[in-house]
Ligand binder design. Structure first.
Ligand code: ADP
Ligand code: MG
Length: 477
């Protein structure tokens, strides 16, 4: 294609932007490219099928008119999906199958079907009206206990919930990650309750599944406009359990929506069970956009925090069951032994409550020991991260982490790099290609070679074997 054609395209884009306004332009046209200009046909491409169908049904004539204003001989616009070549090689599944069914049967799908209510300021049911996932009234900031492992996440969440419409967005997206049962959903729903209570910015809470379900059903029923209108009324979009987002086209559409919201200055909050860099199925651009705001990890609940959570829970339960009492030693015992996560703590207390209600007996230590026995799990091995491996290996061998990721092949970096790859393979569940990607975009065969090399060496080299054992201990303690 000639430069002149690209120049024309730039001019047409400027005209289009002036025509539809910045907001609409950045939502729908920012990622549109010129592929070819042949005689009277202009071929344009967009990254997703959704964008294609939306632009076709809403803006085809505008785009054509803008071209014609610039170049009268253009008679036709052809719109294609950029990755269409790849897609046609492996026929995409019908959309309905590509999307997980909604987690509950409350008929939420209908909410996006063109009946999105106009969103009035102060609408108490705004969350309902927007088709949000169900919220648990107990999951608020008041009931969220703050401790060492979640201070930063809680502070960031509070900031988002209380920000005024006119405040500049401080970090976008806010991305919170933690293992199961460590309070992600609690914090996200707390943002939703608190944000909607102030009425400053509408907050919509969606599980990733619901997000895609609403989105895709909107496409199927040709009501993308209603969906778009609904999104327009949202100040904060909260998405829980992002790791469940599946399917290439679904993800492309997620990416587009994420970009559109962030570009329009809307706050996005995301929770997932892993950091952005470990969302293996998402492509690099989405990952980097996700990592581009504030990424906060919530660690395990320490014993002290578990104790405080239990205490708060007992207080809350007493509102309904005034005779329910759990002596301090029992709380300490549970906090010490039920270590796994917040859900097990809740389960333990529910059993004590049920037991004391049903038998009328006071809660004692013996009873607690009996009731929670099966919730006491052996210590799980720590989740080792590739980043930690790189950091600790780099420190051990006195090189920098970027040396490990670089393409340098001097002996003083090659061996540490191989050791780090070997540890990544043996201490994490990551695949060889994933490990390669995390080591500066190397091929999986390189990783395999490194793993074999180190395996071979440790058989003969006692010093190296000990060194590696030492590194493993550091990583797992
Ligand atoms: P996740 O979404 O991370 O899997 P949840 O938010 O569902 O975890 O938390 C599991 C349980 O633990 C919930 O009952 C939640 O209220 C409780 N919980 C977790 N962290 C806290 C906390 N810091 N304060 C109070 N309750 C908590
Ligand atoms: Mg959750």
């Amino acid at each position: 294609m000639q430069n002149a054609d690209q120049d024309s395209w730039s001019r047409v884009k400027e005209r289009l932007r002036a025509d539809v306004g910045d907001d609409v332009y950045s939502s729908w046209f920012a990622r549109m490219d010129l592929e070819a200009l042949e005689e009277s046909t202009v071929r344009l491409s967009v990254p997703t099928r959704f964008l294609k169908s939306w632009i076709q049904s809403h803006y085809a004539e505008r785009v054509l008119a803008c071209w014609q204003a610039h170049d009268a001989k253009v008679g036709r616009i052809e719109l294609i999906v950029r990755s269409a070549v790849l897609r046609s090689a492996a026929p995409a599944k019908p959309r309905a199958e590509a999307v997980p069914a909604a987690a509950n049967g409350h008929g939420d799908a209908a909410r996006f079907n063109g009946h999105a209510r106009p969103i009035l300021p102060g609408d108490a049911n705004v969350h309902e009206a927007l088709g949000g996932s169900p919220l648990d009234p107990r999951l608020t900031f008041d009931s969220f206990v703050v401790g060492r492992s979640n201070t930063l996440a809680q502070a960031a969440a509070k900031q988002v919930a209380t920000a005024k419409r006119s405040d500049p967005v401080m970090f976008n997206p806010l991305y919170i990650h933690a293992g199961v049962g460590l309070g992600k959903t609690h914090l996200l729903q707390a943002i939703t309750w608190a944000g909607n209570a102030t009425g400053e910015r509408k907050v919509l809470y969606l599980t990733a599944e619901k997000f895609m379900y609403g989105f895709v059903s909107a496409l199927r029923t040709q009501t993308a406009l209603a969906f778009k209108e609904a999104l327009r009324g949202i100040g904060v979009l909260v998405i829980d359990d992002l790791q469940f987002l599946q399917g290439k086209s679904t993800q492309a559409e997620f990416c587009h929506t994420l970009n559109a919201l962030i570009d329009a200055g809307r706050q996005v909050v995301i929770a997932s069970d892993r950091p952005p860099s470990d969302l293996e199925s998402l492509d690099d651009r989405v990952r980097s956009r996700l990592a581009g705001g504030l990424v906060v990890e919530m660690g395990g609940l320490g014993e002290e925090l578990r104790f405080e959570i239990l205490k708060a829970r007992v207080m809350a339960a007493r509102a309904h069951h005034p005779t329910f009492d759990v002596p301090q030693p029992v709380l300490s015992y549970i906090a010490k032994t039920v270590t796994h996560n917040g859900r097990d703590l809740e389960g333990a207390l529910n059993r004590l409550l049920a037991h004391s209600k049903l038998t009328g007996h006071a809660v004692t230590l013996e009873m607690a020991e009996r009731e929670v026995r099966d919730l006491i799990r052996p210590q799980e091995p720590k989740r080792v991260k590739i980043e930690d491996i790189q950091r600790i290996v780099a420190r051990q061998y006195n090189v920098s982490r970027s040396d490990l990721l670089s393409s340098r092949r001097t002996a003083n970096v090659v061996r540490p790099r191989q050791v780090a790859m070997y540890l990544a393979k043996t201490l994490t569940l990551r695949s060889l290609p994933e490990i390669g990607r995390r080591f500066g975009g190397r091929d999986h065969t390189t990783v395999l070679h490194a793993v074999r090399k180190i395996e071979g060496l440790v058989g003969n080299d006692v010093a190296l074997a000990e060194e590696i054992e030492g590194l493993k201990r550091q990583l797992q303690e």
